[in-house]
Design a protein around this ligand. Structure first.
Ligand code: PLP
Length: 274
């Protein structure tokens, strides 16, 4: 397995990042997870735009997108696989313990791992913790994911694959690594960005392709929903068939099935053409 680090391809087993990297010591970093099929990255330009937005939000220098594109292509070419998860990590770089970010420059790591297509349906639970819709990191894809790790562990204990958060005013927000859509009275809704959710790329595509409305929803909309689905880079559109133990359906309902179909059809055109 080869990865990209320090501007070049390297064997993953021998690649080293400093133990004083600010990303490791204080979570001062941003990341992207990108789907790659047969060496072609999905929605790469959108992911690179979001990487830049997240970096700026954290006060990191803009990533060199020419290098990022070169690195992605090199890693994909060096590790052929049918379905991969390309992971870009961009941190504040090496900085002595207890000091602010140093001026040695950022660290960029690009790695790839093999993955499989997610099942069409899954279980989700709500968690008793809230997302902060007004925090300094709200809406940024930072490496400070500890809260998501804890919530996902809670979901797994209950046999679910995703945990859903409300925000501090009790509105439905998002999952640990996905956005959420609900069908109410036959209409498709998803929480707006001001709920504090990440501007998911799959979410944006699903809104425009499947015609969802961005609506402030209370958390208990999940109890009334006729259908619920999740969107993310690795889930694509995935039905929630059980929520907090309530069985919604055996499989995807009609609105979800249509969203899945449109997503599969339309997304075929958005793979990097290299
Ligand atoms: N929300 C969070 C917190 C995420 O981490 C992710 C993706 O990792 C998403 C939503 C979905 O975003 P995307 O569709 O761009 O993968």
């Amino acid at each position: 397995m080869k990865i990209w680090l320090d501007g070049a391809l390297q064997e993953a087993a021998g690649a080293r990042v400093s133990v004083f990297d600010h990303g490791l010591t204080v979570g001062d970093g941003v990341f992207e997870t990108i789907k790659a099929e047969h060496g072609r990255a999905f929605a790469l330009t959108r992911h690179l735009e979001r990487l830049t937005t997240s970096a700026r939000g954290l006060g990191l220098p803009d990533p060199d997108l020419d290098e990022v594109r070169r690195g992605c292509a090199a890693v994909l070419d060096a590790n052929p696989m049918a379905l991969g998860r390309l992971r870009l990590t961009y941190t504040g770089g090496v900085s002595p313990l207890g000091s602010d970010r140093g001026d040695a420059g950022p660290t960029l790591v690009i790695a790839l791992s093999e993955t499989t297509r997610r099942p069409d349906g899954t279980a989700a639970v709500t968690v008793p913790w809230t997302r902060n819709e007004r925090g300094a990191l709200t809406g940024l894809k930072t490496t400070s994911y500890g809260e998501n790790v804890v919530a996902l562990a809670r979901a797994r204990e209950q046999g679910a694959s995703e945990a859903l958060f409300a925000n501090t005013v009790g509105a439905l927000c998002e999952g640990t690594g996905s956005n959420v859509f609900v069908v109410l009275d036959g209409e498709l809704h998803t929480p707006p960005l001001h709920s504090g959710c990440l501007a998911g790329i799959t979410r944006a595509l699903t809104i425009s392709w499947a015609g969802a409305k961005e609506t402030d929803l209370p958390l208990d909309a999940l109890e009334r929903a006729e259908e619920i689905f999740l969107t993310s880079t690795l889930r694509d559109v995935q039905a929630v068939t059980r929520i907090d133990g309530r069985q919604l359906a055996e499989g995807p309902g009609p609105v979800t099935t249509e969203a899945m179909r449109i997503f599969d059809e339309q997304s075929a055109a958005d793979f990097d053409p290299r």
